[in-house]
Design a binder for this molecule. Structure first.
Ligand code: MN
Ligand code: MN
Length: 462
């Protein structure tokens, strides 16, 4: 055997995904990524994401699931959980007791949530106090434009949707950082203390309410702006969910336009892939489910997180329509837990293990285990399971790579995989490699985004 042939047969292919793309794939990749960027711009919170996804699903023939309704092969259904999570399904030709194929991802992202009493006036400036959500590096969230988005429920039960900073011409909010001229002491602090949680205060106003001699005139003027636009009072913040998120749109990154920069790609890049793959599905052999959940960034708790029984209830209703037992369905199901992984960054080479890191343009990353300090918190997929997924992806011509987050002792992270596996569902992690994960501007490679979609579709169609 020639050496070249031997190398090809025996060694792992680590060539760029671009050298392995099939004819026509480049055009399909660009088209897919245009759709992805547009969706990111329209859906920047889990509530917006759930609503936009439901609207898209309706356009494609999906209907809200009514418990007790009969189900036939090819039926397309969905359900929204409290406006923050959604589950969609296409009923397969095989009975549910033989299991479902589940693509699971999360649609919440790190952000700055307003505190229940956020408004403060001090020294002539009005600010909004925040309590950050998820694992952010606080210093990254200062001196950038931020938009305010969310819902307020008033005392009379009226529900108001707030969005300030997205429309062109809207004002934005920001947290001004310290000037370098006075930043000497701050610069000597450890990075994680450079900006403290209680300093994440959004600049909201500076103009005092006119013709008034009371106190807090700037705060009064700011509250009046909100009252005139939304009819809300300071007490209404208590029953609100308002977040500050980056106020810039998704766009191409790199002179060659090979990458995408945007807020919230963790994990909307995988959520969009799962959604699109399900929407593009014909009638599958096994029932296919796209599960798009909330609260992953804070531990998957709560009624809209993956630990909630909302998913079990939905699946139980599907099973009931076919007279199947939920535990039989789960025991025979497969879940691809789709969440982003860290992309190797040569700028920070010391934290990555180059032989097992995921690389931009290497395709979707398959992650046998996540966790930290000795795989703690990982469900660690079985060799048999990884083997079967490998075969599916190779047969479908999907470009993939193995992915480990970083060096063993550097840290780690978890996903929703263990909560699926705890339900007796065979689960494997897979996802798109991301640079600057959890930052206001995360970067992915277009090829990897597209291959995440191709991976989802291949698994659904297997
Ligand atoms: Mn994630
Ligand atoms: Mn995350």
């Amino acid at each position: 055997m020639k050496q070249e042939e031997l190398r090809k047969r025996l060694l792992l292919d680590r060539s760029s995904g671009y050298d392995r793309l099939a004819p026509g794939e480049l055009e399909r990749m660009e088209e897919y990524c245009d759709g992805y960027k547009a969706f990111l711009n329209a859906a920047r919170t889990e509530r917006e994401w759930a609503a936009q996804a439901a609207a898209l699903a309706e356009e494609r023939g999906f209907r809200p699931f009514v418990p007790g309704q009969p189900l036939a092969a090819g039926d397309k259904i969905y359900t929204v959980n409290r406006g923050k999570a959604l589950t969609l399904a296409v009923i397969g030709t095989e009975p549910l007791e033989r299991g479902a194929v589940i693509g699971a991802a999360h649609i919440d992202s790190p952000r700055l949530d307003l505190k229940p009493a956020p408004l403060v006036e001090q020294d002539g400036l009005c600010t909004l106090k925040t309590h950050y959500y998820g694992g952010i590096r606080k210093y990254q969230w200062v001196s950038i434009p931020l938009e305010l988005v969310g819902v307020v429920v008033c005392a009379d039960g009226k529900r108001v949707e707030v969005s300030i900073g997205r429309d062109p011409g809207d004002p934005v909010l920001t947290i001004p950082d310290l000037l370098p001229h006075l930043g000497d002491k701050q610069s000597k602090k450890p990075l994680y203390q450079g900006i403290e949680g209680e300093q994440l205060n959004l600049l909201a106003g500076s103009r005092p309410y006119p013709d008034d001699d009371g106190k807090d005139r700037v705060k009064l003027a700011v509250m009046n702006v909100l009252y005139e636009k939304y009819g809300i009072t300071e007490a209404d913040f208590l029953s609100a969910e308002l977040s500050a998120i980056p106020a810039f749109p998704a766009g191409d990154v790199g002179l060659d336009r090979s990458m995408i920069g945007a807020y919230g790609q963790d994990d909307r890049v995988c959520a969009y892939a799962a959604l699109r793959a399900l929407l593009d599905l014909g009638t599958p052999r096994r029932t296919c489910v796209a599960l798009l959940v909330d609260k992953e960034e804070v531990g998957s708790m709560g009624v809209t997180g993956m630990q909630s029984q909302a998913f079990d209830r939905f699946m139980e209703e599907l099973c009931r329509a076919q007279g199947a037992a939920l535990r039989d369905c789960f025991a025979n199901s497969f879940c691809l837990s789709a969440d982003v992984t860290a992309a190797y960054d040569p700028n920070f080479a010391e934290v990555y293990e180059r032989n097992n890191a995921a690389y931009l343009n290497g395709g979707v990353g398959l992650c046998k285990y996540t966790g930290s300090r000795g795989k703690s918190g990982s469900s660690d997929a079985a060799a048999e399971l990884v083997g079967s997924v490998r075969r599916i992806l190779d047969q479908a011509g999907v470009i993939w790579q193995m992915a480990e987050l970083g060096k063993v002792d550097e840290g780690g992270g978890g996903t929703i995989a263990l909560y699926m596996a705890n339900r007796n569902i065979d689960t494997l992690d897979a996802g798109t490699p991301v640079l600057a994960m959890h930052s206001p501007y995360e970067v992915t490679a277009k090829l990897d985004c597209y291959m995440t979609y191709r991976c989802m579709k291949a698994v659904f169609e297997a």
